[in-house]
Design a protein around this ligand. Sequence first.
Ligand code: SAM
Ligand code: SF4
Length: 437
Amino acid sequence: MNEHDSERMLQLLEGVSYSETDEAKEADLILINTCSVREKPEHKVYSALGRFKRLKDENGMMIGVAGCVAQQEGQRLLDRIPYLDMVIGTQAIPLLPQLLQKLEVSGERVCETGFDPGGDYLGTVLPQEPPKKIKSYVTIMQGCDHFCSFCIVPYVRGRERSRPSREIIEEVKHLAEMGVKEVCLLGQNVNGYGKGMKGELNFSNLLERINEVEGVERIRFTTSHPRDLSDELIQAYSRLSKLCEHIHLPFQSGSNKILKAMHRGYTRESYLKKIDRLRETCPSIALTADVIVGFPGEGDEDFRQTLDLVEKFRFDDLFSFKYSPRKGTRAAQFEDRVEERVKQERLSILREIQKRMTLQKNQSLVGFVQEILVEGQSRQSDRDMTGRTRSNKIVNFEGSLSFVGKLVRVRISKAYPHSLRGERVQSIAECGVRIAE
Ligand code: SAM
Ligand code: SF4
């Protein structure tokens, strides 16, 4: 979501004659987009600001902070950092050109952290130039109503609000006309799409409509909350040809005691049932998840249950985090904190297990032919192109730039921990092996 917000800010800035530079010292404006979901990214903001101060002393550029830290700290940031010029909250992005103009004309420092002060946070500027990438994010909703006890998101992104489906479909059509082949629908809880909007489509219906858009080859979405994952959405995997066989379904903990304290609204058993249903409906579905270790009260047995869930359910990949207390959330008040050393130990154990499993999952594709959407040249070699399978795995293969944006068939020959290697095959007859479902 932050990545997408950065793209939107860039687009708005290009609209007022700014252009992107890779050289910080050449910039007239440095805008740091921030995340406050854990303490570490929050700290990075302050060290980045320290680094940029030296540049500002030399070049006199403007410096701004956007995103969740900006939303959370607001005026306090301006008070704390005297050389900071602009603070722009998560829902004030559309106001960026006006705020910048005010700053340029008056030299007055600006701070805007109201929730949707311009009344159009969710609206998007449709690109007039063909996008640089063949994949594009499309925001379908903002905010979250779940209030998991560890999470800052509802406080910095506000409550759930969906964009009208008409607007979303229009945006997807426009992107397809501009050459985009894959869209990823964004929301903290996409299953909640359309909630409270009379006559609006639900999320599965929205997917159905996007599936009909000509030119779009692949559809993904993130994130889906396990509690709200409906049977209708599970069935969409068997009905919608463009919906890629991958779901990111964070479980956070394998222990019911911890899930309850996290206020997640599901149990280990109900989560597992949903995975079973997903795998029955779509046997080749790739599954990834988020998990937190060291939540307050997490004992050895709770952690063992998390490991057990990971071993049993064999995720394709896992994003694992040490619990980080966030001021203002309920869990920040919980006692029975887990020692940092124990958190680190648990994280290492979990990551080691998952590393082995991810490799095994990748190895299971060797010999099979996969459909790849080619994204561009590989960073490792000029002769290689890179793309992703429908299950979202990175594949490198020898090829030319003429493949970019095309769907090609590649037979997987090698598996690595984070990617696959393969050779392009021209036709099904040449494959010699079954195409993985
Ligand atoms: N909405 C998504 C969901 O409920 O599954 C998650 C969005 S959250 C921004 C991304 C991930 O960050 C979470 O799934 C969780 O694993 C992690 N996270 C959130 N708050 C955290 C905290 N206080 N400490 C550690 N990890 C955290
Ligand atoms: Fe945070 Fe996701 Fe829970 Fe919402 S559902 S509070 S975004 S973890």
